[in-house]
Design a protein around this ligand. Sequence first.
Ligand code: F1P
Length: 346
Amino acid sequence: VVADTLEGRIVDNQVYIETLGDNAAKVFEQTEALQIIACGTSYNAALVAKYWVEHYLNIPCLVEIASEYRYRKTATIPNSLFITISQSGETADTLAALSKAKGEGYLASLTVCNSPASSMVRESDFTLLTRAGTEIGVASTKAFTAQLVSLLLLTISIGKAKGLDKETEHNIVKALEHLPSEIQKALDQAGDIDKLSEAFAEKHHTLFLGRGQQYPIAMEAALKLKEVSYIHAEAYAAGELKHGPLALIDKDMPTVVVAPNDNLLEKLKSNIEEVRSRGGSLFVFADKSAKIQGSDGITVFPVDSSYNVTAPIVYTIPLQLLSYYVAVIKGTDVDQPRNLAKSVTV
Ligand code: F1P
């Protein structure tokens, strides 16, 4: 899916996004802020984009859940671009937010969408197709990784119109080119995740922790576990632990930590210790180079990810697989979870 999403969009180390059309570059040149609106998994993708946009483009990126944005009095940052993200392109709240945005003074609207023939594509000025194919399952999985790849391509595209330096663009493109093989390596670990999932199936709750651009990945991992295995799961920015969630830690509360080897790793190691010293059992998805030791109470699952910028996409794979295998053990219907609909049109 990731390879399909990238296919033809990187040529000679440059990003080309044909579905956006020629006029997009003119709008991007004027763009001084982004407002992204989405629901569910698509909202978590938007939160990752916020980290990328503010880090690489140095412009504000506001992210809001569609069902909140559509009903409140909002204020628009001058010269901002309105973006919706949706797998189905038919989600009622996101469509209503798009319709509301038309009277709010945005430069233009753009949708990152998986369905070419959808209402969202029809109603938006620009479209960036995610090309994830048909999602059979109700819970978004391949649409999520395709959204992330698309949002990173979009970040570069906006960046180019706003003078992003060539070296940064080149480094991000290099990371994207290596992504399909990194994803494949993660998929090859499915058997190990299957074994790991046994530790979760009997539990009633799970905590997920992440920092920086991996915090939204922890949120998505918690959402997936909830959706397909019906285990109560919550995600926290690891720095928030001491502001409340630490009270939940005991031997019956597994804590999953997303721990790539980045500039936040040392902080994250202290958070791991905060949980371990209170008797919590930890499952740390860590970069091989992060040198996190497994011990009593700490199980380390190695993840191979060489590029910081694309690490959120790579770490998503084992976490999605974890939900899948827990659901298989519990015998829930992974493709059609109870009470959920593929396209939330009301
Ligand atoms: C949003 C969403 C999905 C979720 C489920 C219900 O849909 O919350 O993320 O997995 O399918 O709807 P969309 O706007 O991305 O189609």
